[in-house]
Design a protein. Sequence first.
Length: 326
Amino acid sequence: MYYVGVDLGATNVRAVVGDDAGTILGSDARRTPRGPNGIAVTEAVLTVVRTACREASVDPSEVVAAGIGSIGPLDLAAGVVQRPANLPDVVERIPLTGPVSELLDTDEVYLHNDTNAGVIGERFHSERNPDDMVYLTISSGIGAGVAVDGNVLSGWDGNAGEVGHMTVDPHGFMTCGCGHDGHWEAYCSGNNIPKYARELHEEDPVETVLPIEDPDFTAVDVFAAAGEDIFADHVIAQVAHWNAMGIANVIHAYAPLVVSVGGAVALNNPERVLDPVREKLAEMVFINVPEIRLTDLGDDVVVKGALASALTGGTGDRSRLGVASD
């Protein structure tokens, strides 16, 4: 039997096809369209699924189940993404469950917030991860997948774990892509770090090598200048402060034993992103400080979690495959 996993992010969309042992047989990836509407994003999802099936020499009709890990917010009942914060406003509604179900000719299509798929992937594929853990992504956006007593917290509408929209700055210096002020994501996501750097520079226009006025200025430029530019180091220090505050809030909310961190910002800059957080948490956390580590699954954590969801009827429970749970 064959299964599909899909990772729909604000930057890229990926799909894999696996067998009943979870071995990946084919895959495809491409940039996530930024318009002209949500249907364009749906079509990109269907295209990567078709291509992954072709790479695996599997007809889509042979697939028995699919899991989707997607950016939010979700409407699980409708099987869609509604007004995603990190795509342009023209992308209002992205149908997912229905079109994928029709393509694969199966009703077994399981939709999750991408970070919920991530924590499913962490627990399914790694024996090191406990029943109480958080998968945190710091990428185009920020979010968390949470497992408590072995149960992945989804919420009635699939939107539990949108921790990037926690308010960390009551003064609201930065406005988030969702339109609200002071959210963690507004300061520390890959999309917003350059915007934050511009605002800090406007307050204190010191000399810097960073291309502040360049429309193509990105978070990559900030981290590339680390250690060589005083202003870049200042931005990274401020980002570390907000990250530590956000992670401390997550720890106090869920009491995890492990916080496993992924997403492009963290994966590409672990010393600049995670080391300062580890140093700060002891002074910020009232309860036990968990292990903070980089995910072992790299960029594959969400798509592998989506595949695990398909294999296990949407749960990620390894016992459904006759494999003992961690």
